[in-house]
Design a protein around this ligand. Structure first.
Ligand SMILES: N[C@@H](CCC(=O)N[C@@H](CS)C(=O)NCC(=O)O)C(=O)O
Length: 200
């Protein structure tokens, strides 16, 4: 399988799960963003995902899966024994609830900041995010990870918290500690190194 990624983009979440699960059958393929989107393996990324967005996972039979939430679940399902995504009971529904919250409120809530908005617009986006991060903190509660044990939800949360740092969105000390806890995991360190991102 090939996971198409751009350094530091939302594809970082699935990349973390590839390393957490030890999925050696997944090859990482970098996409360069610009007017054109060439891939590291010499293709036009629009031919792989017409939306032009990472992450995209090309399966061995040529099918392409997209959408970060779905890729996280698909990758976790390749190695159930790694227990990265609860599949039973209420924990399953809490996982889906959390992934959807991160995707629609935090991931897409941050997206406008990548488009260099006017300062007033940027402040409005950030004010909304501050409120949404308070909700994430409530979901975390006193646990080390969102569902208790590390899961795909934490890999996704790492991505958006990394953006919060980049765009100077204020988050609580508790969320900063949570971010550092995820970052210190060996698989996450390896992932960051592979994408050429800061490891501290
Ligand atoms: N709905 C997609 C959106 C993915 C997405 O927003 N990808 C961004 C990077 S984080 C991207 O590739 N943007 C480039 C573009 O849309 O042109 C998902 O949830 O995976």
């Amino acid at each position: 399988m090939k996971l198409f990624y751009a350094p530091g983009a939302c594809s970082l979440g699935p990349h973390i799960i590839v390393r957490e699960a030890g999925l050696d059958n997944v090859t990482l393929v970098k996409v360069t963003f610009g007017k054109e989107r060439p891939t590291e393996d010499g293709r036009n990324f629009y031919d792989i995902n017409p939306q032009g967005a990472v992450p995209a996972l090309e399966l061995d039979d040529g099918q392409v899966l997209t959408e970060a939430q779905v890729l996280l679940q698909f990758l976790a399902a390749q190695k159930p024994e790694a227990k990265l995504a609860p599949t039973e009971g209420m924990a399953r529904w809490r996982l889906l609830e959390t992934l959807n919250f991160i995707s629609t409120e935090l991931h897409k809530g941050t997206s406008p900041l990548f488009k260099n908005p006017a300062p007033e617009a940027a402040e409005a986006v950030k004010a909304n995010l501050v409120n949404r991060y308070k909700l994430l903190e409530q979901k975390l509660g006193d646990k080390d990870y969102l569902l208790g044990e590390f899961s795909i939800a934490d890999a996704y949360a790492y991505v958006v918290l990394n953006w919060a740092r980049r765009f100077e969105v204020s988050v609580s000390p508790k969320l900063n500690d949570y971010f550092a806890r995820i970052r210190s995991r060996p698989a996450v360190q390896k992932t960051l190194q592979e994408e050429g991102l800061p490891i501290s």
